[in-house]
Design a protein around this ligand. Structure first.
Ligand SMILES: Cc1cc2nc3c(=O)[nH]c(=O)nc-3n(C[C@H](O)[C@H](O)[C@H](O)COP(=O)(O)OP(=O)(O)OC[C@H]3O[C@@H](n4cnc5c(N)ncnc54)[C@H](O)[C@@H]3O)c2cc1C
Length: 408
């Protein structure tokens, strides 16, 4: 009861999917009182300007960690039903499969060839755990998966069905969460957090530089929630969060394609300047005649100071397009509508994400969501709202994600 009556000043640092869903669940919590409490979402550049706006958007009951996945999957369903998510952020159930293929399609006339660059500095995003791979079962190519080249197919294995796998458009989902939170009284402030002030072992205030100015400001806070994705360590040094760059493209296919997300392994043909290598892009059919494709990560360029300074390597984007074009005419003859890069927030010691109270009173964290932050955003936000307004996580046992276990 005490927690319900006490005035709360909450500041969330970072407006990616984790900060935005946290703002949503805090502002929709029955103990939040708009007249009494304040919730501020502090974002350095743009809501969903980082990975949360540039991810694939796959949701899966077979994702990890298992302590929050079922809750988050269910919350995605509930949010979509409550707020018209099918229309607003492209929520839908999808098939998901692993395809092993030969790249058999020649390039369209006039396209440049790719050389072998990039393979040696590529880092797997680790979405397919050995366990998940072990659970795959061979089913043959489904009839309605008719947009991959039949003569290039080596094997198809089902990874998920529409009962266990879904998708959202991450940018539209994240910005909708932030808007719905704003409607309930959350104040969105654009500025970069520079310091977390403490007094007697408890948080006291956040200082920040306003966007496009050097002016320093301060917001008093009894609760500060760190949700700055790969930038979390720049604000709070003990956080064991590292960053991995990844490129992606969106394509308008030459004709609408059926609702499949494909994890691929493609043996490229040996060409003039190719080494006959195997590549593993992921391909996500989306509503509204869009296909998203991403490649492996790289460690060539360290994390820049903000999301608007992320360097996108056109060559890596072209490579992704060339690789997926070698197995699908619909993609090869389509139009590339975006070429982009972003940084994945990884946990340097493995495991994670880190969700909950840290060693400093009033300093909470929701960070290090690796390649499943879109899937696990809603559960993270809900559990953090329970910790703030009810004194502890109620909807799932997240002891294994406690930041204090990671030395934070
Ligand atoms: C290629 C790719 C594909 C992916 N596909 C999927 C997928 O299919 N399904 C899935 O579940 N996940 C996927 N992910 C993972 C997912 O994108 C991330 O886990 C998730 O977006 C992380 O969200 P976040 O809010 O923690 O971080 P971010 O999205 O990086 O947000 C952090 C925010 O903090 C802000 N910030 C930084 N510093 C400050 C500061 N000092 N003050 C204020 N604000 C600050 C930034 O501007 C940014 O907006 C993918 C990731 C990549 C790279």
């Amino acid at each position: 009861m005490a927690a319900e009556q006490q005035k709360r000043n909450v500041v969330i640092i970072g407006g990616g999917i984790i900060g935005s869903t946290t703002a949503y669940y805090l502002s929709h919590h029955p103990n939040f009182n708009k007249q009494r409490d304040t919730i501020t979402l502090l974002e350095a550049t743009k809501i969903a300007g980082g990975a949360s706006g540039k991810a694939g958007g796959l949701l899966a009951l077979w994702a990890y960690p298992t302590c929050i996945v079922p809750l988050s999957y269910k919350l995605h369903q509930e949010l979509a039903e409550k707020h018209g998510g099918a229309e607003r952020w492209g929520y839908r159930a999808v098939h998901c499969g692993q395809v092993d293929m030969y790249g058999v399609l020649a390039k369209s006339k006039g396209e440049e060839d790719v050389n072998g660059k990039g393979k040696d500095d590529s880092v797997s995003l680790q979405k397919r755990t050995q366990k998940a791979i072990g659970l795959l079962r061979a089913t043959g190519v489904p009839k309605d998966l008719n947009w991959v080249a039949a003569d290039g197919m080596k094997a198809y294995e089902e990874m998920g069905t529409p009962l266990t796998t879904a998708q959202v458009h991450p940018y539209h989902f994240t910005t909708s969460m932030a808007s719905l939170a704003e409607e309930k009284g959350v104040k969105v402030v654009y500025g970069s957090a520079t310091n977390i002030e403490q007094e007697n072992g408890a948080v006291k205030a956040v200082t920040y530089k306003a966007k496009d100015s050097t002016e320093e400001h301060k917001i008093d806070a009894d609760t500060i929630i760190l949700t700055a994705g790969p930038w979390t360590k720049t604000i709070w040094k003990p956080a064991p969060i590292s960053a991995l760059r990844a490129h992606s493209v969106t394509i308008r296919p030459s004709r609408p394609v059926s609702a499949y997300v494909l994890f691929t392994s493609i043996d490229l043909p040996r060409g003039n300047n190719k080494r006959g290598e195997t590549v593993t892009p992921e391909i996500y059919a989306r509503p509204n005649n869009e296909v998203y494709a991403c490649g492996e990560g790289d460690t060539l360029i360290p994390l820049p100071t903000s999301s608007d300074l992320v360097q996108c390597d056109e060559f890596r984007c072209q490579e992704i397009f060339d690789h997926v074009s070698s197995v699908s005419e619909e993609l090869r003859d389509g139009e590339v509508t975006a070429r982009q890069a972003c940084y994945l927030p990884n946990v340097s010691k493995g495991g994670g994400p880190l969700v909950g109270q840290t060693n400093v009173k009033g300093l909470l964290m929701g960070a290090g969501h690796t390649c499943w932050g879109i899937q696990n955003g809603p559960a993270t936000g809900k559990l953090l709202s329970e910790i703030v307004f009810e004194g502890g996580a109620r909807s799932a046992d997240i002891g294994s994600l406690d930041p204090r276990k990671f030395g934070v």
